[in-house]
Design a protein around this ligand. Sequence first.
Ligand code: 4NP
Length: 157
Amino acid sequence: MNILMVCLGNICRSPIAEGVLIEKAAKAGLNWRIESAGTNGFHDGEHPHHLSTKICSQNGIDISSQRSRKFSKKDLLEYDMIFAMANDVIFDIQRIAQEEYSEEKVQLFLEPLYPGKLQNVPDPWYGTEKDFVEVYDLINKACDAIINQYANPSKTN
Ligand code: 4NP
């Protein structure tokens, strides 16, 4: 299964989600390809935010080799699941994807954890280290819910 994590800048939230889910999928023996992108492209080519990198590192996850890239229409064809960190990201994905948009593929990242609640991962961009820690903890729980929901017994999807 090919999974894309999407936020606005692809430097704070979705790089953490990519790194955490890669780690959990590997531990679960799942052959998933997991990447991330951002809808605004403002930080194209940049490393993740230093606080995202720091908090992942404190949890044994190295995201320092990631680089921000802009979400594109063809991502709808390349990925099986596209997880948006928040509602405004879904609107951006709809705007960029146009006729390729798929309600089956695109969903809120917190949906598997909090079904039907339409919860957003708060944007920590203007926040403090504490905000990044809270975002990390939320993403960590949500990735467990994704593994539980999407891993099948053969562990090859
Ligand atoms: P992210 O946070 O979407 O979690 O990567 C943001 C980072 C940068 C900006 C917005 C959100 N920005 O507008 O530059």
